[in-house]
Design a protein around this ligand. Structure first.
Ligand code: FES
Length: 254
């Protein structure tokens, strides 16, 4: 895998502090699995600032990425315009398993910016995927139309009740899944408290679950050891061994 310079087709704000970046990447898009990510390399004087961004779609030569402006690097990225070139390394990470078994119910759970890598997963299987997305408030909701086009079973929760279910997304998942005893598999991405809750829900219900971890990353390909997490198999690198792990492998800090 090599660093490539690709062209920006679109870079626009879609919600509070959230941007959509569309890239023309004809040599990359066809290799991307659901849940994989890209490192964008930004130059700042003599420093190179790699930034990991989630890929939400890869189609017809293009990559669609969504990012949150959380520091200097991503703020600088938000100033790039259509036609600018940008250096990118992708696809990175292992991605979610895509060998869907039709006899299972596929439960997709995302929180905040963590919903981004789940879109392509939901799109890979229509109809039998149930999607649960949680946000702090209506203004923070992203990709609603995209998920709605991918599944008839989309539920959204907001912490403040300004849209959809009022409350925690895991409470909604528990309510909605209580009357179903179909075998199921869960795929989740979001902040640590959400992933911890999914881990515990899956353990109590003897359900297979995959968690995509969000960690601070440096290199993105296993060289800097900046992204290690504790697992039952020892320390693992989120960027290379993950970002997707089996829920019962991960040991969250107290
Ligand atoms: Fe460098 Fe994971 S980000 S090893």
């Amino acid at each position: 895998m090599e660093l490539e310079t690709v062209k920006i087709l679109k870079n626009r704000k879609i919600a509070e502090d959230i941007y959509e970046l569309l890239l023309y990447a004809p040599n990359i898009w066809h290799r991307v699995l659901p849940g994989q990510f890209a490192e964008i390399y930004l130059e700042n004087g003599i420093n190179i600032l790699p930034r990991p961004l989630s890929i939400c779609q890869a189609a017809l030569g293009n990559l669609r990425l969504i990012y949150k402006t959380v520091g200097d690097g991503t703020r600088r990225l938000s100033e790039f315009r259509e036609g600018d070139g940008i250096r990118i390394l992708a696809p990175l990470g292992n991605g979610f398993p895509v060998d869907f078994d039709a006899s299972y119910e596929h439960i997709v759970i995302g929180g905040g910016i963590g919903v981004v890598p789940l879109l392509r997963l939901a799109q890979t299987r229509r109809g039998d995927v149930r999607v649960f997305l949680g946000f702090r408030a209506k203004e923070q909701i992203i990709l609603r139309e995209d998920f709605a086009a991918a599944t008839e079973h989309l539920r959204i929760a907001t912490d403040d009740g300004s849209y959809g279910y009022h409350g925690n997304i895991i409470s909604l998942v528990k309510e909605e899944l209580a009357d179903s005893d179909k075998p199921r598999v869960i795929y989740a991405c979001g902040p640590k408290p959400l992933l911890r809750a999914v881990q515990s829900f899956a353990a109590k219900n003897n359900t297979l679950a995959y968690l995509s971890l969000e960690e601070r990353m440096g290199c993105g390909f296993g060289a800097c050891i900046g992204c290690v997490v504790k697992t039952v198999h020892g320390y693992k690198k989120v960027c290379k061994d993950g970002t997707v792990f089996l829920a019962d492998e991960v040991i969250f800090d107290e």
